[in-house]
Design a protein around this ligand. Structure first.
Ligand SMILES: C[S@@+](CC[C@H](N)C(=O)[O-])C[C@H]1O[C@@H](n2cnc3c(N)ncnc32)[C@H](O)[C@@H]1O
Length: 478
């Protein structure tokens, strides 16, 4: 036995249970659902908020808590690229070796430290408490150490350290600073053209939460009814649009609950309106929406068709999405039909329709404002998957319209491979069709500016306040 005196043991700290903060636990659960189950934040969040309200009661979980939880989830997901670059500089191993739940907690902490006005000490201690609850004390100590390193600088300071200088590598600089995958920066820039200012404005707009925009479906609701809602202001371009300037709760609007109005970005409204307003010789009685689910544009088209005594056929390949279309169209004042059908193998005779819309499946790179996780899920290879389907749907649309009729090809992506390249390829193989200038149809609505060289139209969040919708109109000539 050794006679060296034993070092007296430090008295153990009395164990304190971690404080449970329902807002941050909810935000963590939402991030896990997005990572683990490929859930969509905008779908998973409302049900988590409802559950938290039920469990905690309105006193312990009020509107401000819901707003903070939403901001934490959306902000963390959007800024993930920037935050990962900063975390990589603060963690002593590659980020891929950090357990995903630990990384989610760290990202939430970084967002509070660098992306909100929460004071640093509160951001660190709240995140460490969260880590104690959801990860355990050991990993909470790791979270504490990493966040203390992050807290040594502000966002600008970190960006100077972790982003390459713009002059050395412009795309990587923008990717890190504005938190977009590099290939997405590159594609958006190709489509937008212009210099640094333009692309930076677009990338910044992608990181802002869009206003909620409503559509008053013609013949069913008027904008004056929607304008009576708190903080409601008229839309910028569409005569049917009303914006809820302070976010608002669309579910609380009677006209939305009754299906007389809907939630719809103005870019989508403009696409439907431009197709409906394209000049046509001869009959204007049968319209087709060949990719209708979940039914936003179909509902507007059906209401416009009803005003003219025309009928809309809304086709959707997926049965459950056809159900959503049926719900969106229920109560339409004129005749309509919803069918489950593959738009590339038409269940109708060629030349049956006067107007046809194909709002084709795409990467959705034009709606990044709305889907904060989408930019990290998409891969350049997705373009190859969509390419044949997009071409097939446009080709069938052209076969489905009568001679003299008009087809609208729309995407909520501005990627050149999904827009102009598709239209150019299909028109090459379909000699009986010619482009129609879509610009005057939009400019005629309320002077939508900056519509480019035509004949097609690309809308942009930073220029038009809409999603980056693309529209090409094509007339069948023989
Ligand atoms: C971009 S979304 C359409 C959005 C819709 N226009 C709206 O405004 O609500 C594309 C839709 O096309 C559907 N789709 C995919 N392949 C299809 C096909 N071969 N035929 C018909 N619909 C298809 C998808 O299921 C999806 O619902």
């Amino acid at each position: 036995m050794s006679d060296t005196p034993r070092r007296p043991r430090r008295p153990a700290k009395p164990h304190r249970r971690p404080r449970k903060d329902p807002v941050r636990i909810l935000a963590f659960e939402a991030l896990r659902a997005v990572d683990e189950r490929d859930a969509y934040a905008n779908l998973v969040l409302p049900s988590l908020l409802r559950k938290a309200r039920e469990k905690e009661g309105p006193e312990r979980f009020d509107g401000r808590d819901a707003a903070l939880a939403t901001e934490l989830v959306y902000g963390t997901l959007r800024r993930r690229g920037t935050y990962d670059a900063i975390l990589a500089a603060c963690v002593d191993r590659p980020l891929k070796d950090v357990d995903p739940p630990v990384l989610d907690v760290l990202s939430l902490g970084v967002h509070q430290l660098l992306g909100t006005r929460i004071p640093s000490h509160a951001a660190v201690s709240a995140t460490v408490e969260l880590a104690r609850v959801v990860l355990g004390d050991g990993r909470a100590r790791f979270v504490n150490a990493v966040l203390r390193r992050v807290a040594r600088d502000d966002l600008d300071g970190w960006l100077e350290k972790v982003a390459p200088p713009y002059d050395e590598d412009p795309e990587e600089h923008l990717a890190v600073v504005h938190s977009h995958p590099r290939w997405v920066v590159s594609a958006l820039w190709d489509s937008l053209g212009g210099g640094r200012t333009d692309i930076e404005e677009l990338l910044r707009a992608d990181n802002e939460r869009p206003e909620v925009t409503l559509v008053a479906r013609p013949g069913r609701a008027g904008t004056e009814e929607l304008l009576r809602e708190e903080s409601a202001v008229p839309g910028r371009w569409s005569p049917y649009a009303v914006r809820l300037a302070e976010g608002g709760e669309p579910g609380a609007v009677a006209a939305v609950r009754e299906g007389r109005a809907g939630v719809q970005d103005e870019g989508s409204q403009l696409v439907a309106l431009a197709l409906a307003n394209a000049p046509l010789d001869g009959p204007d009685e049968k319209w087709l929406d060949g990719c209708a689910g979940p039914g936003g544009k179909a509902a507007l088209l059906a209401a416009l068709a009803a005003e003219r005594g025309a009928v809309l056929v809304a086709a959707e390949k997926q049965h459950h999405r056809a159900g959503l279309v049926a719900r969106a169209l229920a109560g339409n004042p004129g005749p309509y039909q919803v069918i489950t059908a593959d738009g590339t193998r038409p269940a109708w005779r060629p030349g049956s329709f006067d107007r046809v819309l194909v709002d084709v499946p795409c990467t959705g790179l034009g709606a990044l404002r709305r889907r904060p996780e989408a930019r990290w899920r998409r891969r350049p290879e997705d373009l190859e998957v969509f390419a044949p389907l997009q071409r097939g749907l446009l080709r069938t649309a052209l076969e489905s319209v009568r001679v003299g009729g008009v087809v609208g090809y729309a995407t909520c992506s501005p990627h050149p491979a999904e827009t102009r390249a598709v239209v150019a390829d299909v028109l090459k193989q379909f000699p009986g069709a010619e482009p129609v200038d879509a610009r005057p149809l939009l400019a005629g609505l309320a002077g939508v500016p900056d519509l480019g060289d035509g004949p097609d139209v690309q809308l942009w969040p930073h220029r038009h306040g809409t999603d980056a919708m693309y529209l090409a109109l094509v007339r069948r000539t023989r």
